[in-house]
Write a protein that binds this ligand. Structure first.
Ligand code: SAM
Ligand code: SF4
Length: 490
């Protein structure tokens, strides 16, 4: 248990998230009163008003003895978010806690004080303020305490993304379509998804309702154009081809096909993909598909409960190539149970032969709602240093394959404080991923569990509108799902 006492401020959420970076999986308890503390680790975070101005300070005690010197930050000297004292205070408090924990702990925190999902947004904000590249790198490393390699990484990604994000066009929006069915549940996964074998009789009705939702959205969006479409899940290829075909054709019927710059189907698991499906997708002019290995080690594939082998991945991949797909994405996860450096090298060696245009490298996140979280002690997982070395292998590999990072996000329950990075060959970036991640365009989510994000360019903010996560509720309440979006759009 880690005890925390806040004095003079109440940034509890921010402090909690930052402490979690250093003490992953430990319970953190906020004290109302210092008398409640007897023993264990105590983090004392204070905001103090002095003659020289506001100061944030952190002290750390172990069993009542001071184990870290006091780390003090002068709020006035903070050089970001200068227009808001509240934001500066928040940064100062996080800086002082970060400095104290970094001094005490062996855990690396390469993302410094950043705990959010979308660190590249900071680069966009600074670029919008006309800051130079050197100034941005300086701000990221000194104010946000990022390691230099992470600062450079998000700088490069931000620069690459701008040609896809700007100029902003309020008339455009993207569509995300959720297919919440999978053949089996993978060990680590917490996405809302149902077993296709048990729910096969519901699929037709689901697709009917989904297309109905789409038709109502068409009326709602009027003359606005669809720029990108992404069918994801779950596993879209788990449903019968005929139903997936209906959905794709409904998109073309309801929206101007000419304006759609990119249409992705996350086909996903090789055990759901066959020649007929690939031909149907190709005939429907799908630009981009995913064939996701996660790992190319058969032993790990068994452990994580994917009912396919590495050979199936290779066969499916070549079949897709032969049928004519020229942008194929592959998802990998670093840090899967039983994997270390040798295993990731083996996975990368197999992928080298395939030469996919896109590669998305995730770091394993231990998520609530996954089978993994309740059975972690049964599995062997790599430590932080090994994960770091494995990620480095993926970076070296991507560089050798001329795959460049183009989008990045972080998750809260991610092992080792790392990140997920999407790589692409030059000009083959997934535009939907960039727009969805950087939140500069409206995304309308259709189907069970899909999240819509309405973008308000004048205020540079989004409003999230989630659809319900239960199939039964979705089927009953589609009109309500549309009306929620209508309210936000109006
Ligand atoms: C929504 S899943 C759909 C992909 C598809 N159903 C498949 O499994 O091939 C998208 C990707 O998220 C990644 N993912 C899912 N759960 C994860 C976790 N707990 N940690 C890291 N990556 C995860 C996987 O790489 C997966 O391919
Ligand atoms: S990883 Fe993909 S196939 Fe596995 S349960 Fe999650 S969504 Fe389904």
């Amino acid at each position: 248990m880690i005890y925390v006492r806040l004095i003079g401020h109440n940034f509890q959420y921010e402090v909690y998230e930052l402490i979690k970076v250093f003490y992953f999986g430990e319970e953190i308890f906020f004290l109302e009163d210092l008398n409640q503390y007897n023993e264990g680790l105590l983090i004392l975070s204070r905001l103090i008003e002095t003659n020289e101005g506001l100061k944030a300070s952190t002290e750390i005690y172990k069993d009542n003895s001071l184990v870290s010197k006091e780390f003090i930050i002068e709020i006035d000297r903070i050089d970001v978010d200068k227009s808001s004292t509240n934001k500066k205070i928040r940064i100062g408090i996080k800086q002082s806690i970060y400095d104290a924990l970094n001094n005490l702990s062996n855990i690396k925190a390469p993302w410094g004080i950043l705990t959010g999902v979308r660190p590249v947004k900071i680069v966009h904000n600074l670029l919008d303020e006309n800051k130079s590249q050197d100034e941005i790198i300086h701000t990221l490393t000194s104010e946000y305490r990022l390691d230099l390699d992470k600062a450079k990484l998000i700088m490069d990604i931000g620069k690459k993304q701008r040609e896809y994000l700007y100029p902003l066009d309020e008339d455009n929006f993207s569509i995300y379509i959720s297919i919440p069915f999978c053949p089996t549940r993978c060990l680590y996964c917490s996405f809302p998804s149902l077993n296709i074998n048990s729910y096969i009789h519901w699929v037709e009705e689901y697709v009917d309702r989904l297309i109905y939702e789409m038709e109502r959205i068409k009326d709602l969006m009027g003359k606005r154009n669809v720029s990108t479409v992404y069918i994801g899940g779950g596993t879209p290829s788990a449903i019968p081809n005929k139903q997936l075909d209906r959905i794709i054709k409904a998109v073309y019927k309801n929206f101007d096909k000419e304006s759609i710059e990119e249409f992705t189907v996350e086909a996903g698991r090789p055990d759901t993909i066959d020649g007929e499906l690939l031909k149907m997708l190709n005939e429907n002019q799908i630009d981009r598909i995913s064939i996701n290995p996660q790992t190319m080690n058969d032993n790990t594939l068994k452990i994580i409960g994917r009912k396919h082998s590495s050979k199936d991945i290779i066969n499916t991949y070549y079949q897709a190539r032969q049928i004519g797909f020229d942008v194929i994405n592959m998802d990998l996860i670093v840090g899967l149970p039983s994997e270390g450096i040798e295993e990731i090298k083996n996975t990368l060696d197999s992928i080298r032969e395939l030469k996919p245009e896109n590669l998305t490298v995730h770091t394993l996140a231990v998520k609530r709602g996954s089978k993994f979280i309740n059975a972690m002690d049964k599995y062997k997982v790599a430590d932080q240093n090994t994960i770091e070395a494995m990620i480095e292998q993926t970076q070296i590999f991507a560089n050798e394959m001329e795959l460049f990072p183009y989008y990045l996000y972080r998750q809260k329950q991610m092992m080792g404080n790392f990140e997920n990075v999407g790589y692409a060959m030059e000009g083959k970036e997934c535009i939907y991923n960039i727009k969805m991640m950087e939140e500069k365009e409206t995304v309308i989510g259709l189907g069970m569990g899909a999240v819509s994000k309405i973008y308000f360019p004048k205020e540079d903010r989004i409003e999230r509108i989630p659809n319900v996560k239960s199939l039964e509720e979705y089927l009953k309440r589609v009109d309500e799902m549309v009306n929620r979006k209508a309210d936000a759009l109006s």
